[in-house]
Design a protein around this ligand. Structure first.
Ligand SMILES: O=P(O)(O)OC[C@H]1O[C@H](OP(=O)(O)OP(=O)(O)O)[C@H](O)[C@@H]1O
Ligand SMILES: O=c1cc[nH]c(=O)[nH]1
Length: 196
């Protein structure tokens, strides 16, 4: 289930004023930059694996792995984690991330893991992802890459690779659209309070 004020997929944008902060070309350039940063900061491709948080984090992981293949000629294994939010009706609003299906196609022990998501907000999704990974073994390290960091952290979590830092208000939503799921590419800030 989703958190209050959150909408699903394309529907979440309807009826709300939006400002586009990244178009497809900028997104591509940003992901290429992150690919270079990952190459420089993960001590070589040996034991390097990616984990994408479904759904758009998986797309971002795949795109960046594609660029690294193009730049370095190495193929990085990609696993996926599905994390959704569950609202506990008894405690009104104490929404909790729940780890669903995971498809980690490798043993995490000793791996250099880069975790990917589209948006970093409270940090609860990242925390749930890291908990799920650590339950499976002991990686060499976990680094975190996001397309957008919008602030408002509720946990001491930060990303190692950030496409764009976007200061936001609580009544705004960052909506990332990728071709695979949305048929278009952009990052928009949607104002949920001042809808048209
Ligand atoms: O840092 P957090 O507060 O945990 O927020 C970040 C998460 O929120 C979004 O997922 P959302 O639940 O909106 O689902 P969706 O993007 O898959 O629609 C986003 O894709 C991140 O996974
Ligand atoms: O603004 C936000 C917050 C969490 N997740 C999103 O996708 N956008």
């Amino acid at each position: 289930m989703m958190r209050e004020g959150f909408f699903d997929g394309g529907k979440r944008m309807e009826g709300n004023r939006k400002t586009t902060i990244m178009d497809g070309e900028t997104m591509q350039r940003t992901l290429k930059r992150i690919a270079h940063q990952i190459i420089e900061n993960t001590e070589g491709a040996k034991d390097l694996v990616f984990i994408g948080i479904a759904r758009r984090g998986v797309t971002i992981a795949q795109r960046i792995a594609g660029y690294i293949h193009e730049f370095e000629g190495v193929t990085i294994p990609i696993g996926t984690l599905d994390i959704t939010f569950y609202r506990d009706d008894l405690t009104h609003g104490s929404d909790q991330p729940v780890v669903g299906a995971s498809n980690l196609v490798f043993d995490v022990n000793g791996k250099k893991i880069v975790l990917f998501d589209d948006v970093l907000y409270t940090g609860r999704t990242a925390r749930a992802a890291m908990d799920a990974i650590m339950d499976l073994g002991r990686p060499n390290f976990i680094k975190f890459a996001v397309l957008v960091d919008r602030g408002h952290r509720e946990l001491p979590i930060r990303a190692d690779f950030v496409g764009k830092n976007v200061p936001t208000a609580a009544h705004e939503l960052i909506s990332v659209k990728v071709m695979e799921f949305d048929g278009e590419e952009s990052v928009d800030i949607c104002d949920l309070k001042n809808g048209d």
